[in-house]
Write a new protein. Structure first.
Length: 100
């Protein structure tokens, strides 16, 4: 029976579930630890219904409000199981209109 558990453990080894707070609303996003952190943004936005702004207009921050480098791989951050990542619009993006 131990062999039955091995594939599942290996499969999950590269996955992490992160709690992402989008404008105060928490959601759980499962991601590959080898992917860049910014890859969680589209899924977090979709799950919370925030589709008015494209993913590049959002930024990720830690619980202390420090910006997180979205180009770094998720595993590089060493997130704790209960870590929260905050996703909010970049400063100056809300309500900005483009010239025509």
């Amino acid at each position: 029976m131990a062999k039955d558990k091995e594939p599942k453990e290996k499969e999950n080894k590269n996955q992490i579930t992160l709690t992402v707070i989008v404008n105060g609303k928490p959601t759980q996003v499962t991601a590959n630890v080898h992917a860049p952190l910014h890859t969680i943004i589209p899924e977090a936005l979709k799950q919370t219904g925030n589709v008015g702004q494209p993913p590049e207009n959002w930024e990720l921050k830690d619980e202390q409000g420090n910006p997180l480098d979205g180009n770094k791989k998720i595993e590089e951050f060493g997130f704790a199981i209960d870590a929260k990542i905050f996703l909010s619009l970049k400063a100056g993006v809300a309500g900005v209109r483009t010239a025509r």
